[in-house]
Ligand binder design. Structure first.
Ligand code: NPQ
Ligand code: MG
Length: 382
């Protein structure tokens, strides 16, 4: 990662926007079913000492309810306005690397913190004319695209959905699972896609420590990994499962920092890491986790939070780092949204997503469409 050559910035303005994005179909996980996404966007205007002005956008990945993690979008907006921005701006001019250290004494809220860092990163990279991929030292120009498939009521419906994604070219299938339908649905999907299509499952914490013998039944389906079978704080439980089950155990919800990831790896709980920048407090912490995993021989891949084209572009750049050796959940925008808020939505060609190369995080907004999905806008009093 290179550091910005453009020096420090004064935050002139912060605008918070909420947008409502209907999903093309309901997305069901073991924690519930969603039909739309209520997303918080952070828009910052920065000015340098020399009078250069720039602006940038960040996307907060918090969901409407604290069902995936403790954060939720109304809470994220509140903590940004009343706690994070006042603390961040009290120390004067900054760049993106200053965000996490300045906010470190405020506990938690990684998604809210990450959205601020992301907006500042976008703004400073736009000013310096540098792409995010180049800033990160990314090596790939295109990345393999996986798709996350929600829980379906019937196996027939599930197979129809999966076949559609296979036809679109996705190179890896991830199936959401929960106790009850898991074994039957995994068996049916494996049978449909054949032995050579990479296939993995995500439980979103739906199992218990005592489910080792049950989860071992998944071993015969040659899955790449089982993602987050147990509750987020149960690191020892994941370590025991990893010893009991042949399929590698991958952590998602449990990984919220580089230090916690180091502990999980040392304990044998994290054989593969799902890195989601929002969950860990931003892209810079995500890179630190990537580096840690590479040093420890842990394969990593980039997760997804049903991002708009803003987060999707940034995730594609992150996933172009060399340690991202497994396909991520960076699917085409159309996997979730009929229309995106960017002019150049992420698409998939030959099962791959092209890594953006334009200055900033790698998107341009469709301002008219953005306005049409905006449910509220507020200028933060700085
Ligand atoms: C995961 N994402 O890996 C998450 C969970 C998640 C792509 O599987 C609305 C409804 C938004 C459900 C964002 C994927 C969501 C959601 C993320 C689930 O665990
Ligand atoms: Mg997950």
């Amino acid at each position: 990662m290179t550091t910005s050559a453009t020096g420090k910035w004064t935050v002139e303005r912060v605008e918070l926007r909420r947008i409502a994005m209907p999903l093309v179909s309901p997305f069901r996980t073991s924690f519930g079913s969603q039909t739309d996404r209520d997303i918080l966007l952070v828009h910052v205007n920065l000015r340098s000492d020399e009078g250069v002005e720039t602006d940038g956008w960040g996307e907060c990945v918090a969901l409407s309810e604290p069902s995936y993690s403790p954060e939720y979008v109304d809470g994220a907006q509140h903590v940004i306005v009343h706690h994070l921005l006042p603390r961040l701006l009290a120390d004067g001019a900054l760049d993106a690397a200053d965000v996490a250290p300045r906010l470190a004494k405020l506990h938690g809220h990684p998604m809210a913190k990450g959205a601020i860092e992301m907006a500042i990163l976008d703004a400073q990279l736009r000013a310096s004319g540098q792409s995010f991929a180049s800033f990160l030292g990314a090596t790939a120009t295109r990345i393999p695209s996986g798709v996350s498939v929600g829980i379906h009521d019937t196996t027939d419906d599930l197979l129809t959905t999966v076949q559609g994604y296979v036809d679109e070219g996705y190179v890896r299938i991830k199936l959401k699972i929960e106790p009850g339908s898991d074994i039957e649905q995994v068996a049916a999907v494996r049978d449909l896609i054949g032995p050579d299509t990479p296939f993995q499952v995500d439980a979103n914490t739906a199992y218990r420590r005592t489910d080792g013998a049950h989860l071992r039944r998944l071993d015969e389906f040659d899955l790449l990994l089982i993602e987050q079978p147990l509750p987020e704080h149960d690191i020892i439980g994941h370590a025991r499962l990893a010893a009991e089950v042949d399929t590698p155990i991958c952590l998602d919800e449990s990984l919220v920092s580089v230090d916690g990831t180091a502990d999980a790896i040392e304990l044998g709980a994290c054989e593969i890491a799902n890195i989601k920048p929002g969950r860990v407090g931003g892209y810079l912490e995500a890179v630190r986790i990537h580096d840690l995993c590479v040093a420890n021989g842990i394969p990593v891949w980039c997760g997804g939070m049903l991002e708009t084209g803003i987060g999707r572009a940034a995730n594609a750049a992150l996933a172009a780092l060399p340690g991202f050796t497994l396909p991520g959940d960076i699917s085409a925008s159309t996997r979730f949204y009929a229309q995106d808020i960017v002019t150049d939505p992420i698409t998939i060609t030959d099962g791959h997503v092209t890594v953006p190369t334009t200055p900033g995080l790698g998107f341009d907004l469709d301002l008219a469409f953005l306005d049409s999905v905006t449910t509220s806008t507020s200028d933060v009093d700085l």
